[in-house]
Design a protein around this ligand. Structure first.
Ligand code: GLY
Ligand code: MN
Ligand code: MN
Length: 426
């Protein structure tokens, strides 16, 4: 943080699902990263100038009636004792304390346009300060978005974070294996979704880290298909993109496999192209290479694959220049992963997005090439229509390469078939 600065970092709030019921609470990732405090409606104040008490939490006060209805609160005392804040106050005092906290600071770290209620309190304070009294110290003259710091911190995982991500990856992988062992023709996508989520929670995950994508047949060609309510057909592929959240860290795995346990020749042809790209892009995810370099590699390899399959015609170079590959491969080959499934941190190291980020030890990324050939695509060879394939793993970059967090679940087609052979016939 800058000299003579202070940071205000809000917790998440409960969000209404409908009428008087809320979505299950999920803490704000930055707030969680910095505090480990699990409750809504709190604010952390970080004040490096205050050597004795640089870390203050404003939290919901204890309230027997509210706690009887809605759950326990740590309260002001718990915030200090259990969560190690240097000082704590009721959140109800925060607005009144603002002049005391901010007067005379050069810099305020605060992310506008995320928390509307807090934005209004801070704007009210700032506009109030324009009417200056001679003796009142100045309000901050510079406001900086703190995610410029927290994004860099979160991008490079600590050893403790790597341990949690390994568990998130492991539970996610086992849930996919569980699904591969259960899927058969006639099942509904919703049943697959629910058996995977039940499995994850049974293994200690809080649930899924994003809405599961369970797409049979042509549904696999819709990137964010989340309806998950169709019957799985004999002869179709099933694409499952699902991950567990463990202590707020995300897993994110995609596997695509035959509903009846056996790939057709045409399915294998497309699958093998995508698998080869996955393996090469995973190998590429290491120090010395960059995020954009990897994206370009995936585009080159998949364009060659599309030529080989007869999906595109022409010269690879021209097709890449014209972005013709986007007809069948229209997303990135991966993203950062951590507390958020699409995690914090910048992909370029300059404001103009010219210099791509080099891979460095501790960075966690997915690798997820795909090919999507809609059923109604008259220009594709008939045998490939309605095939959508994505394969996705999570890796942590190391000094010389990477650790694959999710490779326990098979992706080799013969291994998948062997695993599915063991399904019960009931
Ligand atoms: N499931 C979201 C993603 O793969 O990025
Ligand atoms: Mn995914
Ligand atoms: Mn992903």
């Amino acid at each position: 943080m800058e000299e003579n600065s202070i940071a205000i970092i809000p917790a998440a709030h409960e969000v209404t699902r409908s009428y008087d019921t809320e979505f299950k609470f999920r803490q704000d990732s930055d707030f969680w990263y910095l505090t480990g405090f699990p409750e809504p409606d709190a604010v952390a104040v970080i004040d490096p100038q205050n050597k004795k008490a640089p870390y203050t939490l404003y939290v919901r006060p204890r309230d027997p009636m509210m706690e009887t209805w809605f759950g326990r609160r740590a309260g002001v005392e718990g915030a200090v004792k259990k969560y190690k804040a240097d000082k704590a106050f009721s959140i109800e005092k925060f607005e009144n304390d603002m002049p005391k906290l901010l007067h005379g600071r050069d810099v305020l770290y605060y992310r506008f346009a995320s928390d509307n209620a807090l934005d209004q309190q801070i704007l009210k304070y700032l506009s109030g300060q324009r009417v200056r009294r001679i003796k009142t110290p100045y309000p901050p003259h510079t406001i900086i978005d703190p995610t410029i710091i927290t994004g860099e911190m979160r991008l490079h995982k600590t050893a403790d974070e790597v341990e949690l991500m390994k568990i998130a990856g492991q539970i996610s992988a086992e849930a996919h294996i569980h699904a591969m062992k259960k899927v058969k023709p006639g099942m509904n996508e919703a049943q697959v979704e629910s058996l995977m989520e039940a499995f994850m929670r049974d293994k200690g995950a809080s649930g899924v880290s994003y809405n599961s994508i369970i797409g049979g047949g042509d549904n696999a060609t819709i990137l964010h298909y989340v309806e998950n309510n169709a019957v799985l057909k004999d002869g179709d592929l099933l694409l499952i993109d699902a991950g567990a959240e463990y202590q707020l860290y995300a897993g994110d795995i995609t596997r695509t496999f035959p509903v009846n346990g056996k790939f057709t020749q045409a399915q294998r042809e497309v699958y093998d192209v995508v698998l080869d790209v996955l393996l090469k892009c995973t190998e590429y995810t290491r120090p010395g290479n960059t995020v954009m370099g990897r994206q370009n590699l995936s585009i080159e390899l998949l364009t060659e694959g599309m030529l080989k399959l007869g999906l595109l015609k022409g010269k690879a170079e021209d097709l890449i220049k014209k972005k013709a590959y986007m007809k069948y491969y229209m997303h990135g080959v991966g993203h950062y992963i951590g507390l958020d499934v699409h995690d914090a941190g910048r992909y370029f190291t300059d404001q103009g997005s010219k210099n791509s980020r080099p891979f460095a030890p501790g960075m966690a990324l997915t690798v997820e090439p795909g090919l999507y050939i809609p059923a109604n695509d008259k220009s594709a060879p008939a045998k490939y229509r309605g095939i959508g394939i994505r394969i996705e793993d999570d890796v942590i970059v190391t000094e010389n390469g990477n650790i694959n967090l999710t490779d326990k679940v098979p992706k080799d087609p013969e291994e998948i078939e062997a695993l599915m052979q063991k399904r019960s016939r009931k």
